[in-house]
Design a protein around this ligand. Sequence first.
Ligand code: PHE
Length: 338
Amino acid sequence: MPEKQQPLAIFQSLRKDAFDALEEAPDFASICRVEADYLGKNGRLTHILKSLKEMPEQERKIMGSAANVLKKELEEKIKLKKAEMRKQPFVQHANNFVDITIPGKKISRGHLHPITRVLREVAEIFESMGFEIVEGPEVETEYYNFDALNIPKNHPARDMWDTLWLKPLENRMLLRAHTSPMEIRYMEKNNPPLRIIAPGRCFRYEATDATHEFQFYQVEGLMVGEKINFSHLKGVLEVFLKRLFKNQEIEIRFIPAYYPFVEPGIQVDFRMNKKGKWLEIAGAGMTHPQVFKNVKLNPKSWQGFAFGIGLDRIAMLKYKIDDIRLFHSGDLRFIKQF
Ligand code: PHE
């Protein structure tokens, strides 16, 4: 009969709507919304259930049982859907939901590279002794790296620095092989008396191993005055090492060595105490008269000392690192220890 079939058709379309909505529900909140839409206080099915009591008895029986069947069916389906949703990864049903109980993401802070730390300490110690800190270019000319330092072309001493030349070769540009060019650059522009250190990166065409890198750091030192002599050099280096290693027992010794820009030239060794092993730490010497002439200073009026300290070596000793290559490896397991 049309009157009876028509009300029952309502349940069919209601059922279809509800099931479709549940099927499409993308998250937990959407399922709850479907639940409210059909079974909530003002839900579509609830509405029908409430209106039953106004219906004639026969109709009420038919409508009532159909409504209750659908209600049960829907409740079960919703329960099932919710359980399914709970099993899914959190994000998929959390669109409208912020979980304030999740621990925050930790932001890991960076820190200074061990070489930078040592460099800053070294600079601080020399600063306290009145030295000015200056810096210069890593790409140098042949003149500053060699000629002005009394190392002429074709002089065998050039072999001491395995140089990385830049193309085109006719330009005679290179990656500085030491920080000594800064002695020239500074004295060209400043008159003595002077006290400077010039820290920086140097480069040499060398095979790498545990103690050699093609890039490394030096700290150049230069002190010029009317009566600066060898004992000043010894005093400055001794104070420097004692402060850096916080060790008053440190001793240093000078061994003759050849560098064309100093005369006499020496190698500086030091040891932690009387029983310690001698370790090479710097090249040094008294500034060569020709170097003064090259910067238009009168060698009869001025005397000075210069040194070049290997900074990587110092960092290795200070932090007990046995392989220089670790400094530039970018290996976080190494770098995070400092
Ligand atoms: N520049 C020299 C080197 O790299 C070291 C040095 C510096 C020697 C200053 C004497 C004086 O080997």
